[in-house]
Design a protein around this ligand. Structure first.
Ligand SMILES: [Zn+2]
Length: 259
């Protein structure tokens, strides 16, 4: 394998790790902010439920006052019945008593309905309180974890960047500029050849190229994928299943470790 290729495999591993760390550092505050918004929305929902409950209770207090009013009125009318002298007066009173009784029964029905609504609201209140408590906890945890993780990521990124900076000048100028160009346009500059294919774009590698790629005595030329332009490499460890994977340190890892 071309020595630059080995170093670029290591460089690509570092670049991908730097990219992953950078994305994670950008994503974390957004995740915490989303949890904060959810927590705020849950708190608003709970306060709406509490307002509705209070409104329902004051409605019921009013209904009870109204019922009492009608009961007192009906009692007063019944007393007047004792002193009426004409049939017309009696039937007028009876009519009014009937009206008051109908109102009482209507109000009692609607009070029952209100109590059913309150029961449902109490259940909604418990659920809303639980949601608020859960979100408050996960928001606080995420916030605490996020600052720890950000701190760790920052340190890891500095380490990775230092390794990148140490590795880049050891790579040939032409190879490095090819690497940068392909990485800019494709995201990655290198692809492993696996099973006669470019593992990045999945296009077949022609047999002669495949043989050249696997030729371990070849440390002169670098091969590119004819389809995507990435530099191809072949890892002999893949074709050596008799080795235990643990002993089978990748080329990239061994170079990074040596830095
Ligand atoms: Zn390809």
């Amino acid at each position: 394998m071309h020595p630059d290729l080995e170093k670029m495999i290591a460089l690509q591993a570092l670049d991908l790790e730097a990219h992953r760390l950078t994305e994670q550092m950008e994503e974390l505050p957004k995740h915490v902010a989303r949890l904060g918004q959810d927590h705020e929305a849950a708190r608003k929902n709970l306060s709406t439920v509490l307002e509705n409950l209070a409104r329902e209770e004051s409605l019921r207090r009013q209904q009870e006052l109204d019922i009492k009013g009608h009961q007192q009125k009906a009692a007063r009318l019944r007393k007047q019945m004792d002193v009426v002298t004409t049939t017309a007066q009696a039937s007028a009173l009876e009519h009014e008593i009937g009206f008051a009784e109908a109102e009482i029964s209507r109000l009692e029905d609607s009070e029952l309905e209100s109590m059913e609504r309150t029961e449902q609201m109490e259940a909604a209140k418990s659920a809303a309180e639980e949601t608020v408590a859960n979100l408050a906890r996960s928001h606080a945890e995420a916030r605490a974890r996020s600052s720890e993780t950000l701190e760790r990521d920052r340190a890891l990124l500095a380490e990775v960047n230092a390794k990148r900076e140490a590795l880049r000048p050891t790579i040939g100028e032409n190879a490095l500029s090819l690497y940068d160009r392909v990485a800019r346009s494709r995201g990655t500059a290198l692809a492993e050849g696996i099973d006669h294919k470019c593992s990045a774009c999945q296009m077949m590698v022609r047999p002669q190229r495949w043989n050249d790629l696997r030729d371990r005595s070849n440390d002169e030329i670098m091969l590119t994928c004819e389809s995507c332009g990435r530099l191809l490499y072949w890892d002999p460890a893949r074709d050596a299943p008799q080795k235990k994977p643990a002993q089978n340190e990748s080329i990239a890892a061994s170079i990074v470790r040596a830095l």
